[in-house]
Design a protein around this ligand. Sequence first.
Ligand code: GAR
Length: 211
Amino acid sequence: MSFRIVVLASGNGSNLQAILDACDPHMQVVGVLSNKPTAFCLTRAQHQGIPTAVIEHSHYPEREPFDAAMCEVIDAWQPDLVVLAGFMRILTPAFVNHYASRLINIHPSLLPKYKGLHTHQRALEAGDSEHGCSVHLVNAELDGGPVLAQMVVPVLKQDSAETLAQRVHKAEHLIYPAVISWFAHQRLQLNHGQIVLDGEPLLNPKRQYLA
Ligand code: GAR
């Protein structure tokens, strides 16, 4: 039986594409959900015959019913893992608890640095020599939750927020499918809050450098 992945995305979906391209016969993206009807991620999914759904947050004045509507759609796809790939809505604790231990996110910074928005600009303004992205388990805190893996990219003297973002995107497209495959191939286990990777406790995020 294949490992069932549901992806939530709000925009272009380049991370979704990287995940789709990296799927092996044991991994299947079984649904893509967006909060934006015109998001290109939906087109990417449809091109590959993957079921899509849209739940527009603007139709829900409160977060709870929006998240409950999403849960209904997601649960019908029976996911083993729910993957946030540029999904730009804050999730309620009820949603996060519902998918506890099987909900992951990618964030464009080396967490715990630069939670929230404009991460590339903030790294430049701080004069950082390194920046990157993090894949983490999602908990009720925004961009919180234990970090599983990070990919570091250099910050170059001539970088703008755009050139830096492009480099981070490259790193994201490598690291996110890799972490998803840890789940799909049972390399990563969660034992009473402890993260175990390949039989060893994961005490610090796996760190790699973009070549
Ligand atoms: C990615 O850079 C991802 O890290 C970021 O949105 C972008 C989506 O790009 N996510 C966040 O900022 C979440 N806090 P994509 O639509 O091309 O995959």
